[in-house]
Design a protein around this ligand. Structure first.
Ligand SMILES: Cc1cc2nc3c(=O)[nH]c(=O)nc-3n(C[C@H](O)[C@H](O)[C@H](O)COP(=O)(O)O)c2cc1C
Length: 183
């Protein structure tokens, strides 16, 4: 418990997730207490680094639902930042398919009025799939703040030079400012 606002940073199986420690550090500099969640794919990719990420955030890195009867190990979120968000996760979130812990948390945040920023990381072919536009529209209509591929781009599945953590973090800050009362 730090008194800082709590950011749930939720990462999925796209290349930029390999640099998620950078995003954690930037968020912490920006005054967030960061709780890091990963899809099973992202957790598998980052497996050797999970102890270091837990040390960095000071919280368990979660990729699975807790068991019935277990306490929540994270403080309540002020803002959720789902980044990078794969095609798979964007669509699952829009369709309400919450078998993944990360998608379940993001879905509850959207439905519960917690500001939710989604930074898709999809290539042009996936972005052109008809479900992607439908999912984006659904999530925006639900109040999600989406940074679309034109602004946070990933031209190919194995190369993501345009992915910009700063955009997602700035949007998370703006979302929090919009919901915080002036002191
Ligand atoms: C090296 C590599 C990079 C990938 N990059 C992306 C990506 O940028 N965007 C995407 O939608 N899928 C990407 N994928 C495919 C996803 O990892 C795959 O769809 C996975 O099922 C996503 O699961 P998740 O959404 O639960 O993390 C990539 C796969 C590999 C092996």
């Amino acid at each position: 418990m730090t008194g800082d606002p709590v950011l749930y940073l939720l990462g999925t199986g796209a290349q930029p997730v390999l640099n998620i420690a950078v995003a954690v550090e930037r968020a912490q500099v920006d005054g967030w207490q960061v709780c890091l969640g990963l899809t099973p794919t992202a957790a598998r990719w980052l497996h050797p680094y999970l102890p270091g990420l837990e040390a960095l955030t000071g919280s368990p890195v979660r990729s699975h639902y807790k068991l019935p009867g277990q306490d929540d190990v994270w403080p309540t979120a002020d803002v959720v930042l789902l980044a990078p968000a794969t095609f798979n996760t964007v669509n699952r979130l829009a369709l309400g398919l919450t078998d993944s812990f990360v998608v379940g948390y993001a879905a509850e945040a959207l439905g519960g009025g917690i500001p939710t920023v989604v930074v898709p990381c999809v290539n042009a072919a996936l972005a052109a799939h008809p479900q992607f536009a439908r999912s984006v529209e659904t999530l925006q209509a639900a109040g999600g703040r989406l940074l679309l591929p034109e602004t946070a781009t990933a031209p190919g599945q194995d190369e993501t030079p345009g992915f910009d953590w700063a955009l997602g973090l700035a949007e998370a800050r703006a979302a929090h400012n919009a919901t915080s009362r002036p002191v």
